[in-house]
Design a protein around this ligand. Structure first.
Ligand code: PMV
Length: 330
């Protein structure tokens, strides 16, 4: 039995535009997905999941056939997606160890599902690490990131950047621009507050929506490029530890994302609650449509304000996690 964990993340700047080659800056947060992999005597895969902000479920399948009757009490697309990610992770493991050993995979996660905090990337990264170690193979985090990206890319029909999976595998603050993925050493700890509306966005549909606008209107393509400019300016502000300017750029980035149609009423309500409470900046994080916002506030005021904001289900402070994927026990 091997247990590995990997962190979730927030986009500080640059989601959506990163899909078109603009840079993005993300940081891992101290909320983790933990995956236990136990090799089986047969070639079947059994997936058990708890604490995924959905009711627990377990699924057993082999030869590509999913037994969907087992313990499922959650919306079907979420189960399919979760199983798809684990399936992809196991395919990667079987490529590496050249073996068709089955696994029982148990997932526990305190990252809300599909809410812009990188839950699926964390599950895939931790699953690849746990299952390869279970087979006696230890991969470098960079290779886990690359293989996890391939899984996300397939499950999301070719609409994924390398950002989530790289950030989850490496931990800390990272910069991603196309295939160029780097960790930002000595990045300052930012006073991050998360607001969560209890919902989830459909990443594929949201990415397709932005692509459609960008293809139809030059000004939408300019908006995507403007996000890239905001990120480049933000990187300098981050290096200078200029939180005021960084916050202003987060606000700007949210406005541009909103223009591209990926915000929502509840995300906007939380962003404005944070700004009214004195946050240095606030924006949605991830694909949008619902889920989470991230705000910059060294005082307790934003967290308190979000707790009283209609539409906000949970507010919490997020600490930077400098650890990426790590083994918990083997
Ligand atoms: O919502 P998340 O955490 O899956 O992030 C999606 C981020 C996008 O830029 C919209 C897509 C991507 O793969 O980078």
């Amino acid at each position: 039995m091997t247990v590995s964990s990997a962190p979730g993340k927030v986009y500080l700047l640059g989601e959506h535009a990163v899909v078109y080659g603009e840079p993005a800056v993300l940081c891992a947060i101290e909320r983790r997905a933990t995956v236990t992999a136990t090799a089986r005597d047969d070639d079947r895969i059994r997936v058990q999941a708890r604490d995924l902000t959905i009711d627990g479920f377990s699924v057993e399948y082999g030869d590509g056939v999913v037994d969907e009757t087992a313990d499922i009490d959650v919306p079907h697309p979420l189960v399919e997606a979760a199983v798809g990610y684990v399936d992809g992770a196991i395919e990667q493991v079987r490529e590496i160890v050249d073996d068709s050993t089955g696994f029982t995979i148990t997932i526990e996660s305190d990252i809300p599902l599909g809410a812009g905090l990188g839950s699926s990337a964390a599950v895939v990264v931790a699953a690849i690490d746990a299952a390869t170690r279970e087979m006696g193979v230890e991969l470098a985090p960079e290779e886990i990131a690359d293989r996890a990206y391939r899984v996300e890319h397939d499950v999301q029909d070719g609409q994924a950047s390398r950002a989530d999976t790289f950030c989850s595998a490496m931990g800390g603050t990272v910069r991603v621009e196309g295939v160029d993925c780097q960790t930002i050493e000595e990045s300052p700890r930012l006073p991050l507050v998360i607001g969560y509306d209890g919902g989830a966005g459909d990443t594929g549909a949201l990415v397709a929506g932005v692509r459609g606008l960008k293809d139809e209107y030059d000004f939408a393509a300019d908006t995507v490029r403007a996000i890239g400019d905001a990120v480049r300016t933000g990187e300098r502000a981050l290096a200078d530890e200029n939180r005021q300017e960084f916050g202003r750029l987060m606000d700007f980035n949210h406005g541009l994302l909103s223009a591209l149609g990926v915000s929502s009423r509840s995300l906007d309500a939380m962003v404005w609650a944070a700004r009214d409470a004195g946050a240095l900046g606030a924006k949605l994080t991830g694909a949008g449509g619902g889920g989470c916002i991230v705000a910059l506030d060294p005082t307790p005021d934003t967290e308190t304000a979000l707790q009283y904001t209609p539409g906000c289900e949970e507010a919490f402070r997020a600490e930077l996690d400098r650890d990426g994927v790590r083994v918990e026990s083997e």
